[in-house]
Design a protein around this ligand. Structure first.
Ligand code: C2O
Length: 493
């Protein structure tokens, strides 16, 4: 009987360095940059009037953008053309907005990136360093915000349906559309609409009901209400995730996550971002919405990303000297930095994610004759107890890895345990980072011996923490059966 994993995802961990580095760059560095600044708050426009500082700054920013020549990428016309344009002579990044099809699931992400750079340009050109884009909650307030109506600001005015501009009509009931998107836990699918597709239904309704420039993707972003409308769409992405169900961004879809979109910053420098760069609005982009619940932080990863092993290995899995289990209990630690701890918290908010403590290259010369109870995070000096949250499983050698039991014994064994509960419990005590111990206590039946004599030394070439995610489709059934496989492996003491 070989103790090999049956999970495909375990097989490639050693080769995951490139993915881990890639993820590490956007996960850790970007988050760290903003960790100490408090995010900009995008306000609900219902609480603002024409004379509010926020609206005056928006007007000043628009006017400054309108004063720039078309060739300046920060100009009002250039920025609108990035979304869509009928102008001849394509310039970089024009006509790049993403809507419409089931296969293209960049709606939320593309518009989030677009708004982010647009907001920075307005903030810079308006001279108001505190400015944040307001949002129009058209579900609650279906009529156009007053400062955009007739009699409001001429700068905020645009060609629209007459009833919208004079405030006698609204965009109608968008709640069924929003609710349908909320009820869909899956972000993207190709045969039926995912949430990224469903959220476009109320969004389109607003475009069509506002009418005029807004009714056509090629002209929509010339209307200043466009960005206020889209801030709300963007807020709905956060709210969709915050429902506390199975909602999750497609973080393991590497094509989705790594597709790069080009924009321009407030200095007219070309910049680009991927969906993976914009999953955590407050942490990566430094903004949140007035009144929104705590943002759910999603993280992109290589599905087999390996982020730790027993010898100070955070983002790769280079083999280190082996760990030996001799007579008595054995112990090593996983160093977990503050950042890594935050990252793990993030992963474990997603019910599709499981972290495993895995062991590779496990060998011994002859049957050791004991079973090890394994604990992760058990505070030093605490009595081991299988009812504690730190107990992760028990392991005994059988077949694979026992040198004097060929042919199975010729091949090293590997084994692993799910550790979500243990690691979360341990992290709660490690607020600033530190080391999470893994402890092995040899046991055997009390009737046989209270202090079992271990007959041979066990060598573990490598131990690591590995993240596994299962895809949402067919998830429940699949995850159950995989859990059973692990339980079976563990049952072979
Ligand atoms: Cu890209 Cu509301 O449109």
């Amino acid at each position: 009987m070989k103790m090999h994993f049956t999970r495909r995802s375990f097989l490639a961990t050693l080769g995951a360095t490139a993915g881990a580095t890639l993820a590490g760059k956007s996960l850790l560095d970007v988050d760290k940059v903003f960790a100490t600044t408090s995010p900009y708050v995008r306000p609900n426009i219902a609480g603002l009037t024409l004379s509010s500082q926020n609206i005056q700054s928006y007007i000043a920013g628009i006017q400054a953008m309108q004063a720039l020549p078309l060739t300046d990428q920060r100009s009002w016309a250039y920025q609108a053309a990035i979304h869509g344009t009928t102008m001849p002579g394509m310039m970089p990044d024009w006509n790049t907005c993403s809507h419409g099809s089931f296969e293209q699931n960049f709606f939320w992400a593309w518009h989030r990136i677009y708004l982010y750079w647009f907001e920075r340009i307005v903030r810079s050109l308006s001279g108001d360093s505190t400015w944040a884009l307001p949002y129009w909650d058209w579900q609650t307030n279906p009529t156009l915000p007053s400062m955009f109506q007739n009699g409001g600001s001429p700068t905020l005015h645009a060609t629209r349906n007459a009833a919208i501009n004079n405030g006698t009509g609204g965009v109608g009931n968008t709640t069924p559309g929003v609710n349908a998107a909320y009820a869909q836990p899956i972000f993207e699918q190709s045969s039926v609409p995912g949430a990224d597709q469903l959220i476009q239904i109320p969004h389109n309704q607003v475009h069509v009901m506002v009418g005029g420039l807004m009714g056509n993707t090629l002209t929509a972003a010339q209307d200043p209400i466009f960005f206020v409308h889209h801030a709300n769409e963007d807020r709905l992405w956060d709210l969709w995730l915050a429902q506390g169900g199975l909602q999750s961004d497609p973080t393991s879809d590497t094509t989705w996550g790594s597709t790069s979109f080009g924009f321009f910053d407030e200095n007219a420098n070309a910049v680009s971002m991927t969906p993976c760069d914009v999953l955590r609005a407050a942490l990566q982009l430094n903004y949140m919405y007035e009144g929104e619940p705590a943002q759910v932080n999603q993280y992109c990863f290589n599905p087999t990303l390996c982020f730790g092993s027993y010898n100070v290995l955070i983002d790769n899995c280079i083999q280190k000297p082996p760990f030996y289990l001799k007579e008595g209990y054995g112990y090593y630690g996983f160093p977990v930095s503050y950042d890594l701890g935050q990252q793990i918290y993030g992963y474990l908010q997603n019910p599709y994610n499981t972290i495993y403590l895995t062991h590779y290259g496990v060998t011994c010369p002859t049957q050791p004759g004991v079973v090890w109870d394994v604990y992760m995070g058990l505070p030093v000096g605490t009595k081991p107890n299988q009812d504690s949250p730190y107990y992760i499983g028990s392991y005994g050698m059988y077949g694979a890895g026992i040198a004097d039991q060929p042919p199975d014994g010729n091949e090293p064994a590997s084994f692993g345990f799910p550790v979500n509960t243990a690691i979360l419990t341990a992290l709660k005590k490690l607020k600033k980072g530190g080391t999470i111990p893994v402890t092995y206590f040899p046991t055997s039946l009390p009737a046989v011996s209270l202090h079992p004599k271990q007959k041979s030394t066990l060598t573990i070439q490598q131990a690591q923490l590995t993240l596994q995610t299962v895809t949402p489709a067919g998830k429940a059934a699949k995850k159950k059966s995989e859990d059973r496989v692990v339980a079976k492996v563990m049952a072979h003491h």
